[in-house]
Design a protein around this ligand. Structure first.
Ligand code: NAP
Length: 256
């Protein structure tokens, strides 16, 4: 018996086996969770995600572009039909046009800013609203942030502003859903090589800097993010909501 045996979760944001959402999935599956999944509505995204999750036999694996309310509605309807409830939700989604990230923040376009905010921050509001009616008391939502939402990390630019909005949305959602017994938290992850991070200029320097500066003298491991996910999604964190947990080897506490 794992600590998630009998629990139903939805994981949004797997691109491939380097995705943070995949690290969460592996930890959750080891602990007995039954999972549903989404992928971006494109044949290549579907192929990549199917390859990974088909062996887990999900009852729900559906396309979902979080910019589309109708996609979100279909996913949560399918979850309701297949399982009747949802015990937890992993939101691990972000996007900013790469050309916007390469420019200084002051040069970012209105369109690029809105797009990045919609996908990277508003989507947490949209999916939490759709998930809440399916969630019994004791359920939990977790999202993934980065320290660039608290401090200026040169190169992270527009995405840092999105992460600031994401973290504060998470707190307001924690308030709105708290009286229903649903907790909402964020993991602020240290830099990991993934598809998304490839679009951030100076990302390799961020990883090197993290090794020099962090208390543990290294970068975070995917499994460590998976374990932090278990904490927020299980009753180990029953009294915790609206919190940002830095899983960054102690990078964020050092003032260098
Ligand atoms: P990833 O593997 O590329 O995951 C990002 C996911 O977002 C992908 O599955 C992507 O789908 C999905 N996505 C993008 N636009 C979407 C849309 N409109 N609708 C639905 N899904 C969409 O990268 P990751 O690093 O694991 O990122 C996951 C989260 O962790 C993000 O919020 C990221 O900002 C955060 N984070 C990452 C790091 C890091 O260093 N990697 C550090 C801290 C926080 P497709 O791939 O199919 O396009």
């Amino acid at each position: 018996m794992g600590m998630f045996t009998g629990k139903i979760g939805l994981v949004m944001g797997i691109a491939n086996d380097r995705s943070i959402a995949w690290a969460m999935t592996e930890s959750l599956v080891r602990e007995g969770a039954e999972l549903a999944f989404t992928h971006l509505p494109s044949p290549s995204s579907e192929r990549r995600v199917r390859q990974l999750v088909d062996p887990l036999g999900p009852k729900v694996l559906l396309p979902c572009d979080v910019q589309k309310d109708e996609d979100i509605a279909k996913v949560f309807k399918a979850v309701q039909d297949a399982y009747g409830r949802l015990d937890f939700l992993v939101h691990s989604i972000a996007f900013a046009p790469p050309q916007e990230l390469r420019k200084p923040y002051i040069e970012c376009s209105r369109e690029g800013w809105h797009l990045a905010m919609d996908i990277s921050a508003y989507s947490l509001v949209a999916v939490s609203r759709a998930a809440a009616p399916l969630m019994p008391e004791g359920s939990a939502i977790v999202t993934i942030s980065y320290f660039g939402g608290e401090k200026v990390m040169p190169g992270y630019n527009m995405m840092g502003v999105c992460k600031a909005a994401l973290e504060h949305s998470m707190r307001y959602l924690a308030w709105d859903l708290g009286r229903k017994g649903i907790r909402v938290n964020a993991i602020s992850a240290g830099p990991m090589r993934t598809l998304s991070s490839a679009g951030v200029s100076g990302f390799d320097e961020m990883r090197e800097h993290a090794v020099r500066k962090s208390c543990l003298g290294r970068n975070v491991d995917p499994e460590e993010l998976g374990k932090a996910g278990l904490y927020f999604l299980s009753d180990f964190s029953n009294g915790v909501t609206g919190e940002v947990l830095h899983v960054d080897c102690g990078y964020s506490i050092v003032g260098l």
